[in-house]
Design a protein around this ligand. Structure first.
Ligand code: NAD
Length: 242
């Protein structure tokens, strides 16, 4: 572990007037939740991109619900890891808690009591009626054909490939990125837009980027090529002593 880089990252956060954290599946990897593209990313030989789409749901809603119920089952037994907790410590140590934008749908940032969280891709434990739009949050698995009170089929309240983000989330995210002078990118492969473009948005207006990922992908970032659950607690600790 590069002690210098840890200290530098902590100092950058301390000096930032408006830091923002962006997380992806990697932040939950050490909780035991498989990333999409890593090992264990396949389910019954399907890739996530083949199941997390409106078309897949139209063609075979039971199959898509079976996959989401399988994922709900995995997530139910998992807990936030030191990376989630370190982000919360950093929020508390700053004068104002910064926003955390997550692509994850697993609720682990919420379980860690993260403040100012934007779940840009939804939440796996929330479903939404395909007719009346009613939303239901339940931290358990459901049937593979869940029905709303109105009689119509429910769908996972997730932003699927090819769908737009919720308008309210878009507004909060771009407000944060406008003010942001330091984006801390944790555990995302930078393949899924629009999140993949956030670092560029901040960097192109003069902001700085920190990337925490064993396989960093952002060339202009201060890279901490380590597991988030190992390095983020060290950054939080170093930040505390400044
Ligand atoms: P991804 O699977 O494409 O990439 C994961 C990234 O995390 C990789 O770059 C990998 O090197 C890195 N990583 C792995 N272990 C790490 C660790 N211990 N610490 C830090 N980084 C680590 O995931 P993504 O970029 O988030 O993108 C894709 C989509 O996948 C998102 O839309 C998200 O909603 C969805 N997804 C969510 C979950 C979840 O909610 N936990 C799980 C899988 C996928």
């Amino acid at each position: 572990m590069e002690a210098q880089a840890v200290k530098k990252a902590a100092q950058m956060i301390r000096d930032s007037s408006h830091p923002v954290v962006l997380t992806g599946a990697g932040v939950s990897a050490e909780s035991g939740i498989p990333t999409f593209r890593g090992e264990g990313g396949l389910w019954k030989n399907f890739r996530a991109e083949e199941l997390a789409t409106p078309r897949a749901f139209r063609n075979n809603p039971e199959l898509v619900w079976e996959w989401y119920n399988w994922r709900r089952g995995i997530i139910l037994s998992k807990k936030p890891n030191p990376a989630h907790h370190a982000i919360v410590s950093l929020q508390k140590q700053q004068q104002e808690p910064f926003a955390v934008i997550t692509q994850n749908v697993d609720s682990l940032h919420t379980d860690a009591a993260t403040e100012r969280l934007v779940e840009m891709h939804g939440n796996i434990f929330r479903s939404r009626c395909t007719r009346c739009g009613k939303k239901v949050f339940e931290k358990k698995t459901t049937t593979n054909h869940p029905l709303c009170g109105c009689g119509e089929l429910m769908r996972p309240d997730i932003v699927w490939f090819g769908e737009s983000l919720e308008a309210g989330n878009v507004q909060s995210i771009y407000k944060e990125l406008d003010l942001c002078d330091l984006l801390i990118v944790v555990g995302t492969s930078g393949l899924v837009y629009p999140a993949a473009g956030f670092a560029e948005t901040v960097y192109s207006k003069g902001g700085q980027i920190i990337e925490v990922n064993p396989q960093p992908v952002i060339p202009y970032a201060l890279a901490l090529a380590e597991k988030a659950g190992e390095v983020l607690p060290l950054i939080a600790e170093s930040h505390k002593t400044m």
